[in-house]
Design a protein around this ligand. Structure first.
Ligand SMILES: *[C@@H]1O[C@H](CO)[C@@H](O)[C@H](O)[C@H]1NC(C)=O
Length: 339
C-alpha cells in the first residue's frame, strides 16, 4: 500500500503540473477560437454586405441595358428585309369602349411581322390622341389616315348597326386611295390585306400571303355562323372550285374580309378596284375581288386551305351599365385616363 502511495505521489504532482499546462493550453485554444470567430464574423459581415449591394447594382445595370435596347427597337425598322414584299395591312377603326384594347392586341401582332406597313384609317374628323400615341409607341411603320362617316349615314340604332351605308367602306377606300397615290406598280413590291381590329391573327398568316401573285385565299375561323369558312379545292388541280359557306353561299366570292390578300402591283394596275357603297351587306368582298380576279385564278394558301391562321373572334360589347349611371350623375371612372 505504502509503496503504492509513494509511487502515486509523484504521479499526483505530475498531474497537477499537467493540469496547469492543460488549463493554459485550453486558455490559448479559447483565445484562438475567439479570434477565429471574430475574424469569421467580420468576414461574414463583409460577404453579407457585398451580397446585399451586388444585386442592386446588377439590377440597375440591367435596367439601363433594357432602356437602351427598347429605345433601339423603337427607332429601328424591326427586321426590315429589302428583298421581302411589304404587307400593307389596312385597318379601319372607330372610337368605342374596347378600341384601345383591340388596337393594343393587334399592334402586338403587327410588331412581330417583318416588313409590315400598317395603314390605319380612323372614322374621325381628325387623328385621335389614343390612336396617334399607340402607333407612335409601337415602333411599327405606319400611315395614319382619317375618314369621317357623314352623320346622315348613321341611323340612330343599337351600336350603330343599322347604317344607311355599309360600314368601313369609306375608310377602306381611303386607304386604297392612299396606296394608289403613294405607290408605283412597277417599283413597289407589296401585298394588301384588310386586317380588321376585332380579329385574331396567327403570325403564319402573314408569311402565307407574302408571295401572293394576284389574289390568295385561305380559311377563316368562327365566321359566317360556322366553325370555319373555307375555299373548296379540286383535289386533282388544287384550284378553288367554291366555298363551304352556309350564309349567302351564292355570292360570287363568299369569303370574309380576313380571308384573302391582293398583290399590290396587280391592284394598282386595276384603278376601278374598290369597295362600293351600293353593295348589300356581306357583298363587299365580292365587289372588290370581282374587279381583280376570277375564282379559278385564286391562289389557295395555308396548306391547300387545311389550316386556320385567322379567326373572326369579335370582342363582346362590355357591360357599362353602372358607368352610364355615373355619367348621368356627372361622374365617370375614366376621368383623365385612357382606357
Ligand atoms: C396541294 O394540292 C396540290 C394538288 O392537289 C398538291 O400538288 C400539293 O402538293 C398540295 N400542297 C400541299 C402543301 O399540301
Amino acid at each position: 500500500m505504502l509503496q503504492e502511495i509513494s509511487q502515486n505521489k509523484p504521479n499526483l504532482i505530475v498531474t497537477a503540473h499537467d493540469m496547469r499546462m492543460k488549463r493554459r493550453l485550453l486558455l490559448i485554444l479559447i483565445v484562438i477560437i475567439v479570434i477565429i470567430w471574430l475574424v469569421g464574423l467580420r468576414n461574414r459581415g463583409t460577404i453579407g454586405l457585398s451580397e446585399a449591394i451586388a444585386p442592386e447594382l446588377e439590377i440597375a445595370a440591367l435596367k439601363q441595358n433594357l432602356a437602351r435596347l427598347s429605345a433601339e427597337c423603337k427607332t429601328s425598322k424591326l427586321k426590315y428585309d429589302p428583298h421581302l414584299p411589304i404587307i400593307y395591312a389596312i385597318t379601319p377603326t372607330y372610337a368605342r369602349a374596347v378600341q384601345k384594347a383591340e388596337l393594343t392586341r393587334l399592334s402586338h401582332t403587327m410588331m412581330l411581322v417583318p416588313n409590315l406597313h400598317w395603314v390605319i384609317v380612323e372614322d374621325a374628323e381628325s387623328p385621335s390622341t389614343l390612336v396617334s400615341n399607340l402607333l407612335k409607341n409601337s415602333g411599327i411603320t405606319y400611315t395614319h389616315l382619317t375618314a369621317a362617316t357623314p352623320q346622315e349615314w348613321k341611323l340612330p340604332g343599337k351600336q350603330g348597326e343599322q347604317w344607311k351605308k355599309p360600314r368601313g367602306v369609306l375608310q377602306r377606300n381611303t386607304a386604297l386611295q392612299w396606296l394608289r397615290n403613294n405607290l408605283n406598280a412597277d417599283q413597289d413590291q407589296g401585298i394588301i390585306y384588310f386586317a380588321d381590329d376585332d380579329n385574331s391573327y396567327s403570325l403564319e398568316l402573314f408569311e402565307e400571303m407574302r408571295d401572293t401573285q394576284v389574289v390568295s385565299v385561305w380559311p377563316v375561323g368562327l365566321v359566317g355562323g360556322i366553325m370555319v369558312e373555307k375555299p373548296l379545292l379540286n383535289p386533282k388541280t388544287g384550284r378553288v372550285t367554291g366555298w363551304n359557306s352556309v350564309w349567302s353561299p351564292n355570292r360570287p366570292f363568299p369569303v370574309d374580309m380576313a380571308g384573302f390578300a391582293i398583290n399590290l402591283g396587280h391592284f394598282l394596275r386595276h384603278p376601278e378596284a374598290k369597295f362600293s357603297f351600293e353593295a348589300p351587306r356581306g357583298h363587299q368582298e365580292s365587289v372588290i375581288l370581282g374587279h381583280l380576279t376570277t375564282r379559278a385564278q385564286l391562289e389557295p394558301k395555308a396548306d391547300n386551305c387545311t389550316k386556320v391562321y385567322v379567326w373572326h373572334t369579335r370582342t363582346e360589347i362590355p357591360n357599362l351599365k353602372y358607368e352610364e349611371k355615373l355619367i348621368k350623375r356627372g361622374e365617370r371612372t375614366d376621368e383623365g385616363m385612357e382606357v
